[in-house]
Design a protein around this ligand. Structure first.
Ligand code: AMP
Ligand code: MN
Ligand code: MN
Ligand code: MN
Length: 270
């Protein structure tokens, strides 16, 4: 089974429409695709319509921001009922936090001598302003050479202007479960926490009724995959994989991840 359970459209920080994302997935031979935009389900109906026409299975998803012990983490929710009121309420709350944060980031950038950052970023962000849009804008403005440089110098998780009090991990997992979805801990090796802290995070994620963990994302190597599979096994978590496709990185393609068959694949739960 060729699956890709983590992708973005332009309703969050991807560059393509949901229909384009689904078409690209179908062309790449993906049989089961999840659209998982950050803190919004706006793209799901379009994705679902296109998937029906093209004969590929669409899993309704969303990538929720959450706070765990003061750190921002990402939870990929799969198989959700997007009309669930409590789910929509938390998404709206997170969208408000994002708007407030975008204004604060703009003020911060003005102090760094960037002119009219809010106006400029809005031109690149039709629906939601994310850090990705600020990074694209600062590269376009030649303030930095790469997005990576922007995140390192201006938009890191350690920057007080960036830090946001999202709803707590355990609340988010409960809300996802109530909306009939399963929770997957996204890209566990991308958080700036120690191996010891990661172990605690995975334990607490599982104890809070989390269902899965992403063992494969773009550019994970075999050692990393095996390490996460070990953590999954110790904590009774299913394994999920997805490209985290945004469309702006030539090294990341939809469906372009390793596909491993094992009995604990999360797609068997969907
Ligand atoms: P936000 O959800 O607005 O805080 O933005 C987080 C997003 O920024 C992630 O989902 C990635 O798409 C993007 N991102 C984070 N770090 C980097 C990086 N070093 N280079 C490029 N994109 C990044
Ligand atoms: Mn993103
Ligand atoms: Mn993420
Ligand atoms: Mn993502």
């Amino acid at each position: 089974m060729i699956t890709d359970l983590h992708t973005h459209s332009y309703y969050s920080d991807g560059v393509f429409s949901p229909a384009e994302v689904v078409l690209k997935a179908q062309k790449a031979g993906v049989q089961m695709l999840a659209l998982t935009d950050h803190d919004t389900t706006q793209g799901l109906s379009e994705a679902s319509d296109t998937a029906k026409k093209l004969g590929i299975q669409l899993v309704k998803g969303v990538e929720l921001s959450a706070t765990w012990r003061g750190n921002t983490i990402h939870i990929v929710a799969l198989g959700i009922d997007e009309n669930n009121p409590a789910l929509q309420q938390v998404l709206e709350y997170h969208q408000q936090l994002r708007e407030q944060r975008a204004q604060n980031i703009a003020i911060f950038l003005e102090k760094k001598k960037v002119e009219n950052p809010l106006e400029k970023v809005k031109e690149l962000a039709p629906f939601m302003i994310t850090r990705t849009h600020f990074a694209r804008m600062l590269v376009a403005e030649k303030v930095c050479f790469t997005m990576n440089e922007v995140f390192r110098k201006y938009l890191s998780d350690e920057n007080k202007t960036v830090q946001t009090n999202w709803r707590d991990m355990a609340d988010i997992i409960r809300i996802i479960k109530d909306a009939k979805g399963v929770s997957v801990l996204a890209h566990p090796l991308r958080y700036k926490i120690s191996k010891a802290q990661l172990k605690v995070l995975v334990q607490e994620f599982s104890q809070a009724n989390g269902t899965g963990i992403e063992h494969i994302t773009a550019r994970t190597n075999d050692n990393q995959i095996n390490y996460i599979m070990g953590l999954a096994h110790q904590n009774n978590l299913f394994l999920s994989s997805g490209s985290d496709f945004h469309g702006d990185n030539k090294f990341v393609s939809i469906g372009g991840i390793k596909h491993l068959n094992h009995p604990h694949n999360i797609w068997q739960q969907l």
